[in-house]
Write a protein that binds this ligand. Structure first.
Ligand code: SAM
Length: 220
């Protein structure tokens, strides 16, 4: 945070009022959410929306998730710093930036090429060379770099895609919104050998995960 940053105060308020006040306690998560310039990840001219307590439209019918939801999902992954992480749904690239500062290596997959390109530029501007943006159907995971210590899905699925469970390392955590197209619950799946421990957390509302092991595209 620099004195020249016109959004530094808004970012501090975001962390205190929207994130810490709602119970997120992981100090590393709070620290990176204070540091990453969220306004770099919204469309030009929309910077004032970046620190509001809601998702921000980023074009192509997609959104950058609400700050609290980014923090909460990241906290549920329980990252210590040495993990290889897979994110499905790059969107703006903001969540990938947060993960990139908390883990060793991040692979993030986006199905809309234009969003992936924009995210690449923003991540490069931040100097995050450990975050790799791939274009494709993330319901298939990204087998090339599997297994992953943590997988984060930032779009809503009807059920956990089997391919993602297969690409989770032993002891790894997968966090995903599961439900119907409009409303879901956050779930965390932890791998123990060939079995998975499933936990359910708060209700959320994400855009759909569209692909072979997700929802069908609306125009299909
Ligand atoms: N994590 C993002 C951020 O920080 O801005 C927000 C993600 S937005 C809520 C969901 C994203 O998932 C959209 O960009 C959408 O295009 C993408 N998506 C949906 N289905 C997908 C799939 N099968 N593979 C990859 N990306 C997908």
């Amino acid at each position: 945070m620099t004195p020249q940053d016109p959004f530094a105060k808004k970012r501090e308020q975001m962390v205190e009022r929207q994130i810490r006040a709602r119970g997120v306690r992981d100090l590393r998560v709070l620290d990176v959410m204070r540091r990453v310039p969220r306004h770099w990840f919204v469309p030009p001219g929309e910077e004032d929306l970046a620190y509001e307590d809601r998702p921000v439209p980023i074009g192509y019918g997609q959104t950058m998730s609400q700050p609290y939801i980014v923090a909460r999902m990241t906290e549920l992954l329980n990252l210590q710093g040495d993990e290889k992480v897979l994110e499905i749904g790059t969107g703006s690239g903001y969540q990938a930036a947060i993960l990139g500062l908390l883990a060793r290596e991040v692979h993030t997959v986006e199905r809309i090429p234009e969003l992936a390109q924009q995210a690449r530029k923003r991540l490069a501007r931040l100097g995050l060379e450990n975050v790799h943006v791939h274009i494709g159907d993330g319901t298939l995971g990204w087998p090339e770099h599997a297994p992953y210590d943590a997988i984060l899905v930032t779009a809503a699925a009807p059920e956990v895609p089997q391919r993602l469970l297969e690409q989770l390392a032993d002891g790894g955590r997968l966090v995903i919104p599961i439900g119907d197209r409009l409303y879901q619950y956050l779930e965390r799946w932890t791998r123990r050998g060939q079995t998975f421990h499933r936990e359910r957390f708060e209700p959320v509302a994400f855009v759909p995960l569209i692909g072979e092991h997700g929802w069908e595209a609306p125009w299909m």
